[in-house]
Design a binder for this molecule. Structure first.
Ligand SMILES: Nc1nc2c(ncn2[C@@H]2O[C@H](COP(=O)(O)OP(=O)(O)OP(=O)(O)O)[C@@H](O)[C@H]2O)c(=O)[nH]1
Ligand SMILES: [Mg+2]
Length: 436
């Protein structure tokens, strides 16, 4: 494989930066710009010296060398720890490219690790999720994927499908052998039903747990001046949105984020909804209506001036919570409603209401299959197991049952990325950062 290079740490000023290389010729390429010969490097080694591009010394660095297959990618690899200035980083990368390396594309290091059998596809996806995690829970969940714990929970299911399939195939191929255990249709139904139940459990956990990674979109909506922006600020503990006593203050959508029970909540503060002649405000109101359509939950904010029925009709069919703000000055309070005072930061009843509405108290971090690709494949497997059950129940020919099981088995190989390695990878790894 060609030698690739990329900055693996953040592209900004810091104490140190890490430049990564991988590929057959990697030690040769680095030796051309390093003060020591790395071509005789051992399994895993550490070196100290100067990087020189042929004209001048660029930096004094520490280098880690990994001889294939003892590296993340499974190839010869080098990690250069240089001083954390983007000028230095650019000079070193340029020198490496001039000496035979090429810039890596997004996810190319992980993709090579996968292609070289160092990690399966679930682990690779876990790496990306880990980098993007915005809560401790999301990070813990991706750690299960990264370490292979998640793949492990699927292996017994795949084994059961494979075993059943091979028993049926033997029956089809060698009907004349009497010593081969005959598998009855009742047995097929029993084993398939167990597999289906296990898969359904996995799908259920995955669909609940994906909220840790995806988060929820919550729109703050209501009449002008009811305290929507104040509520956003109170929820994120930051003075982000402009608050004034003038109705029509917010025009553009203001975004904020906080974690609720470990779930990232993406908040969208919107322009107060009302009939407006003001061109700019009207654009803001249209944007607010778009956000309402995209949100998973609407916080419909009301103050002492009460509910506007026309506005409420806009959101009533979406998942929503009525939030009575300005509780500090409200005279009458009905025990069932959610009362908050954004100005005093008193928003606990709303947080409790959101936890209940979004069903966040019944979930906990578990190894799970959470992304659309993984859940889609699990559902495809269930559908084909289901077909096998129906055919067995209707006493259909055995090869029909075996065909459905074979498709289910192939999908189960796809889940961990064990079939068609080359077709699968490009789309998945393009979502990664360069250098990972
Ligand atoms: N007493 C009281 N006043 C509040 C509270 N929350 C907001 N206000 C006041 O209500 C006024 C409007 O607040 P904003 O947060 O700007 O209201 P908004 O709904 O975002 O208004 P627009 O952006 O114009 O639609 C300000 O004067 C706030 O200080 C509260 O909990 N109690
Ligand atoms: Mg506002």
């Amino acid at each position: 494989m060609e030698t690739i290079v990329a900055l693996a740490s953040a592209p900004m000023k810091s104490a140190l930066s890490i430049i990564r290389l991988s590929g057959d010729d990697c030690f040769n390429v680095v030796s051309k710009v390093f003060s020591k010969d790395l071509t005789k490097t051992k399994k895993r080694d550490i070196h100290f010296g100067l990087i020189n591009d042929g004209y001048k010394d660029i930096d004094q660095v520490v280098l880690l060398t990994y001889v294939a297959p003892h590296s993340f990618t499974g190839e010869n690899s080098v990690e250069i720890m240089c001083h954390g200035s983007m000028l230095i980083v650019n000079e070193i990368i340029t020198a490496l490219i001039q000496n035979g390396a090429r810039m890596a594309v997004n996810g190319e290091f992980s993709s090579r690790a996968y292609l070289n059998g160092k990690i399966d596809l679930i682990q690779a996806e876990g790496i990306n999720d880990m980098i993007n995690a915005t809560s401790e829970e999301a990070k813990d969940m991706s750690m299960y994927a990264l370490t292979g714990e998640t793949s492990k929970i699927f292996l017994p299911i795949r084994k059961n499908i494979g075993e059943l399939l091979s028993k049926i195939e033997v029956n089809i191929d060698y009907p004349e052998y009497e010593d081969i255990e005959e598998i009855s249709k009742t047995e097929v139904v029993r084993v398939c039903s167990k597999i289906k139940a296990d898969l359904k459990d996995l799908i259920d956990v995955g669909e609940k747990n994906r909220i840790y990674l995806d988060g929820v979109k919550v729109a703050i909506v209501g009449k002008p001046n009811v305290g929507k922006s104040s509520l956003l600020n109170a929820l994120i503990h930051e003075d982000k949105a402009i608050v004034t006593e003038i109705a029509g203050t917010t025009r553009d959508i203001v975004e904020g984020r906080f974690n609720l029970n470990g779930v990232p909540v993406y908040l969208y503060d919107t322009a107060g909804l009302h009939e407006s002649e003001d061109k700019i405000e009207q654009i803001g109101i249209n944007k607010a209506k778009e956000v309402i359509n995209k949100a998973d939950l609407i916080l419909f904010v009301i103050d002492e001036t009460g509910i506007d029925d026309d506005l409420f009709n806009l959101i009533k069919d979406k998942k929503h919570l009525l939030v009575y703000n300005k509780a500090d000055i409200l005279k009458v309070k009905d025990g069932h409603n959610i009362y908050v005072s954004a100005i005093d930061g008193d928003v606990k009843p709303l947080l409790d209401g959101m936890v209940k509405m979004l069903e966040l108290d019944g979930i906990s971090v578990k190894p799970s299959f959470t992304n659309t690709r993984q859940l889609g494949l699990l559902k495809n497997i269930v559908n084909h197991i289901d077909l096998a059950i129906k055919d067995a129940e209707n006493d259909e020919p055995t090869d029909l049952i075996s065909a459905s099981l074979m498709i289910a088995y192939n999908y189960s190989l796809d889940l961990l990325g064990e079939s068609n390695k080359n077709d699968l990878t490009d789309e998945i790894f393009s979502r990664f950062c360069v250098g990972k």
